[in-house]
Design a protein around this ligand. Sequence first.
Ligand SMILES: CC(C)(COP(=O)(O)OP(=O)(O)OC[C@H]1O[C@@H](n2cnc3c(N)ncnc32)[C@H](O)[C@@H]1OP(=O)(O)O)[C@@H](O)C(=O)NCCC(=O)NCCS
Length: 248
Amino acid sequence: MTPTTVEREALRDRRHLVAGSVDLWLVDLSAPGTADDLSLLDTSERERAGRFLIERDRRRFVNAHAALRRILSRYVGRAASALRFELEVPHGKPVLVDAPLHWNLAHSEDHAVVGVAAAAVGVDIEALRDRRDVLAMAQRHFNESEVQALRARLPADRGAAFLCGWTRKEACLKAVGIGLRVDTRGLGVGIEPAPKDVRMQLGRREVRLRVQSVSCRRDLLVAVAQETHEPNADVGVRLLEESVADGA
Ligand SMILES: CC(C)(COP(=O)(O)OP(=O)(O)OC[C@H]1O[C@@H](n2cnc3c(N)ncnc32)[C@H](O)[C@@H]1OP(=O)(O)O)[C@@H](O)C(=O)NCCC(=O)NCCS
């Protein structure tokens, strides 16, 4: 397959990871995108795109997956359209075929984030909206000390604090690939943005993660979790931006 002009540009912009650190790409999904973007997707991605009933949601999906491919192609040195994905068994975390690169995607409304790292990584993003029922949600999903910490906040600050804790839990669960199928109350991540060590028992394997919140915009809550092998590992986060083309 011959790389398109956009793909050749991506290949020229080769990226290298810094050991122990995560590259976190923020993508604005609101642009109309181009036919070139759609042509990067594989059959399964196009089928998924075709199932959206609302055009805005279809556009966001296409933009997110085209951006994901462009970003990953810079690390593995292959054309974006040539990348192949498969789903990990049993929980369906998407991974690259034939490339030892770790990555994870999350999207919320008009933004996506892509974390890229040399070790297992999970990311989450939530757009900050006015949420009134956060204490009730926290009681279902947070542990006792996280609920207490949330109660101690001023009511006006609780929405952001809840989403801070929530994105941290989801980033951890996505790093290990199990997603939200577990009781998240057992996963103590705190509601403060600072880096924190988290341990998870996956069958017989204990996984150690370092989770932190990343401040990129006032209206977005973003968290990243990376697998580490030592306590208090210093996981640096390099914040980058990927843009989506403005029209066909
Ligand atoms: C994974 C999960 C946490 C995503 O939550 P969400 O808030 O809807 O979506 P996010 O924006 O945070 O992340 C979506 C992205 O996560 C990635 N993802 C999907 N499954 C994943 C998993 N098990 N672990 C890590 N990442 C996953 C995908 O790239 C997905 O993007 P896509 O839908 O555009 O392909 C949620 O779907 C979940 O808990 N799934 C449980 C596992 C499951 O049900 N698997 C079914 C197939 S076996």
